[in-house]
Write a protein that binds this ligand. Structure first.
Ligand code: 5RP
Length: 222
């Protein structure tokens, strides 16, 4: 199976898992990226069976609306039953690195608000230890130099993502060779860095279920 077919397979698996659980008032949180896009396209076939969605990026909101799927502001819904999103890396504890697409802050907010977080990915994303993929962090523009120096002090090698402004008006630093053997502790350290809005490390709020596509089909980890 090529990578595109794997993305399609996990999107289909997540839809099959959700279908019997959806009710007319169910709000589904929607992630960002090429795998999430497959899920959005599939969800279009179920749009009459749900209350609507909350999107983690302007790009996903636009795609949802193009399918005629209602998109709500997170503040206007009482409950997000499910959040479905891809990942850049996942470990066996379902802790993730996310933010390759730059939407990490809104992704983390919707994931935090959701009752159940379903991660959908191809098997190239499963790693023993997080950190081979550079960790994206969203930073207030004026804090870029300060935060970069702090990240170097923590053992990383931050690189400014040129030309990217997030949906929140901030910049992204991609941190290479970051020591992530203790993801929970490092997420907490990053959360305490002034000027750093959010890291793409999802350790405190890992996925609840990971649909992973390989050559032999889709398996589920929880
Ligand atoms: C976007 C993300 C994506 O989930 C992550 O980059 C995976 O993307 P793709 O499904 O295209 O491989 O975190 O900010």
């Amino acid at each position: 199976m090529d990578q595109d077919s794997k993305k399609q397979a996990v999107a289909d698996a997540a839809l099959a898992y959700l279908r019997p659980k959806l009710e007319s008032d169910t709000i589904v949180g929607i992630g960002t990226g090429s795998t999430a896009n497959r899920f959005i396209d599939g969800l279009a076939g179920l749009k009459g069976s749900i209350g609507g969605t909350v999107a983690s990026s302007e790009a996903s909101a636009e795609r949802l609306r193009a399918h005629g799927i209602p998109v709500y502001d997170l503040n206007s819904v009482d409950r997000v039953a499910f959040y479905v999103d891809g990942a850049d890396e996942a470990n066996a504890q379902l802790q993730l690195i996310k933010g390759g697409g730059g939407a990490l802050t809104r992704e983390k907010i919707v994931a935090a608000a959701a009752d159940e977080f379903l991660c959908i990915a191809d098997d190239s994303k499963l790693v023993r230890t997080l950190g081979e993929f550079p960790l994206p962090v969203e930073v207030i523009p004026m804090a870029r130099g300060y935060v970069a120096r702090e990240l170097v002090r923590l053992g990383g090698d931050p690189v400014y993502r040129e030309g990217v402004v997030t949906d929140n008006g901030n910049i992204i630093l991609d941190v290479y060779r970051f020591p992530l053997a203790q993801p929970l502790a490092m997420e907490e350290t990053l959360n305490n860095l002034t000027g750093l809005v959010c890291s793409g490390l999802f350790a405190r709020r890992p996925a609840d279920r990971l649909f992973l596509a390989g050559d032999d089909g889709v398996r589920e980890l929880e």
